[in-house]
Design a protein around this ligand. Sequence first.
Ligand code: ADP
Ligand code: MG
Length: 223
Amino acid sequence: MDSHPVIRMEHLNKVYQTGEVAVHAVREVSLKVEKGEFAAVMGASGSGKSTLMNLIGCLDRPTSGSYWLDGEEVGTLSKSRLSRVRNQRLGFVFQGFNLLSRTSALENVELPLLYSPHGHGGRELRRRSLAALERVGLADRAGHHPGQLSGGQQQRVAIARALVNEPALLLADEPTGNLDTRTSIEIMSIFQDLNRKGMTILMVTHEPDIARYCRREIVMRDG
Ligand code: ADP
Ligand code: MG
């Protein structure tokens, strides 16, 4: 049976060297996240949460240690293979939404498919992107530009964009950080719903009220 964890890391370290000073941002982290989990990474500001997320998201390489993403050892991959893994197996949601402002919601969601090596015909592209918008309840805003949407709606577009490639893992770094309480709860309900349907989710938050919506808490202290 194919039952590897989505994330497995052993003794992962990340040291930033800036001039004379070395900052040990992630220290000997060993972690397993199984398929179907919904976990919160908690911890004070500066404790290494974003650094850990960047390592998990293959946006940065560890100084030492091993990391398997969806069963594949990431440290041994070439740069181009790594960007393919990132595109196909991971979906990213950021605090600031990171949508293209002059582009419709639908086109924003299509973007990861354009970089997909399989290549999709225009029709298939549209169908999959609309389906992703439907999953976050925004099919009726497909033609709106980000400026015509509320913050919560923009974050839902960003979640749809993260889902469109059917990733093995959804990564979110403070996804409710720019949202009011009511909208944050709305976004957390969407994550809960996706998780109930099988999506594995790892999110960073420093707010205990938000972490409550997750099913597991991982606390970082000084790396
Ligand atoms: P958090 O997300 O928990 O607030 P970070 O992962 O952003 O923490 O930062 C952890 C530590 O690493 C901090 O001391 C921070 O100053 C340092 N750090 C983060 N990114 C860099 C970088 N690119 N260069 C040097 N130091 C960094
Ligand atoms: Mg951070």
